[in-house]
Design a protein around this ligand. Structure first.
Ligand code: KE4
Length: 429
């Protein structure tokens, strides 16, 4: 499979763009080789600059839940651009979008549109701090909430000490206000809260983690976090940038029946256009400027083209519950097929999956947190990724990412994935 055009584009890109990409994971550093440059996509397929076709399972990291170039979304955007692109003034579509999100997401009584998931999480933390007048926040190791300084924090040395910067440029001052705990470890969380009682503004987590690979909350874990936050006056933020509108039309919070105080959203909410949002209880959201004193703003927030794409996407998902039934069925079928292949090959690798989120971990141990995820055989994953790519299957280029299934997948595509997986594993083990 020739990828010469992609390789020469990558060499040129590296002259002008740091690492040749506009987001690090795209550079294939974790899996080796040179990234493929995508020219176009349709349905479940993407096509690279050399005309190679791939069955893809990234969905642009989540947004393309209906598959690529869905005619409804395309029409909404082409209609919208007739009326110019951006006004920097309020529009009807922003009101319709807010009303729709409030109707779909259980925790959201008011919502503010922004332009990315990072903006959503950064803003939500600031609002929670402004609302509680407290400084500290809790995040979990292995959960990713975008590249805001408060989130680029590694675990501190002790179980109850503050975090340390996880990137140059993040100051110790910022790190001091971020506390970290292992995901799925309630004792560690209770110790952290005990040691910082009255000083914690917010706890933010991915209710189902996608960013260490797919990792599910243990039975009762989310419920325990909900009651801890209620008791301690901590604002519970579900970061549903990835799970929102994917695990159900009301996201993970609807699927698990837990109502956080705030929710951050992104990806699917924009239908592929740059959109993020944060929302929650009215009394919290009314702290946001100009209603309240917590400042947050954005030139392109609520952009009419992006709102048109997002409205078309969310209206479709809201009106077609069969999408989620089909995605559950697809996830179950793929998981069963992979498990049959693993058995045939005498392998006991771990698969974590829920709905249309899925990760095959190259380890025979359960994966319930970042430590167990990191025990996976990463070089083996890299060889597996390349073996699948050679078979026309485009997976997430990192063991620490979830795959996403789209509504565009038909049964023949599922069989193609299952067969390619078995062949690729046979080749690389
Ligand atoms: P963005 O700023 O990338 O729109 O969203 C940040 C973000 C926040 N919260 C969660 C749960 C997320 O998954 C993300 C972004 N996800 C990654 C995929 N692991 C985006 C891919 C990338 O960084 O290029």
């Amino acid at each position: 499979m020739s990828i010469t055009e992609s390789q020469s584009l990558f060499e040129k890109a590296k002259q002008y763009i740091p690492g040749g990409v506009n987001s690090p994971v795209r550079a294939f550093r974790a899996v080796g080789g040179s990234p493929i440059f995508i020219k176009l996509a349709k349905g479940p397929y993407i096509y690279d600059e050399d005309g190679n076709q791939y069955l893809e399972f990234i969905n642009s990291w989540g947004p393309m839940i209906l598959g690529h170039a869905h005619e409804l979304i395309e029409k909404a955007v082409s209609d919208a651009i007739q009326n110019s692109f951006s006004f920097g003034a309020p529009t009807r579509k922003e009101v319709e979008m807010a009303e729709l999100i409030v109707s779909m997401v259980p925790s959201v009584e008011k919502v503010r549109m922004v332009n990315s998931g990072t903006e959503a999480t950064m803003s939500a933390i600031r609002v929670a701090r402004g609302y509680t007048r407290r400084d500290k926040m809790i995040k979990f190791e292995g959960c990713y909430h975008g590249h805001g300084d408060s989130f680029l924090i590694a675990a501190g040395s002790g179980a109850v000490t503050m975090g340390v910067p996880d990137s140059p440029g993040v100051t110790k001052g910022v790190a001091n206000d971020t506390l970290t705990a292992p995901f799925n470890d309630l004792v560690a969380l209770e110790q952290l809260i005990d040691a910082n009682r009255g000083r914690i503004a917010a706890l933010i987590l991915e209710p189902v983690v996608g960013n260490m690979g797919c990792v599910l909350p243990k039975e009762g874990y989310l419920e325990a976090i909900r009651s801890l936050c209620t008791k301690e006056g901590i604002v519970l933020i579900f970061d549903e940038v990835m799970t929102g509108f994917r695990l159900s039309k009301g996201g993970a919070q609807e699927r698990f029946g837990i109502v956080p105080d705030m929710t951050t959203m992104g990806k699917i909410i924009g239908g592929g256009m740059p959109v993020g949002a944060y929302g929650g209880k009215r009394e919290i959201m009314d702290c946001v400027s100009p209603a309240g004193p917590v400042y947050q703003a954005g030139t392109l927030s609520g952009n009419p083209i992006a709102m048109s794409a997002g409205l078309a996407m969310l209206r479709y998902l809201d009106a077609h519950p069969e999408v989620y039934m089909r995605l559950d069925e697809v996830g179950n079928t793929i998981t069963a097929g992979f498990k049959t292949s693993l058995q045939k090959l005498g392998l006991n690798y771990t698969i974590n999956h829920i709905g249309s989120m899925f990760t095959l971990f190259m380890t025979d141990q359960p994966v319930t947190d970042f430590t167990s995820a990191k025990a996976a055989d990463l070089p083996l994953f890299g060889r597996y990724f390349q073996a699948m790519l050679r078979r026309g299957i485009y997976l997430a280029p990192s063991q620490f990412e979830s795959l996403f299934f789209s509504y565009a997948l038909e049964n023949a595509h599922i069989q193609q994935l299952i067969e390619a997986n078995e062949e690729a594993l046979r080749e690389v083990i």
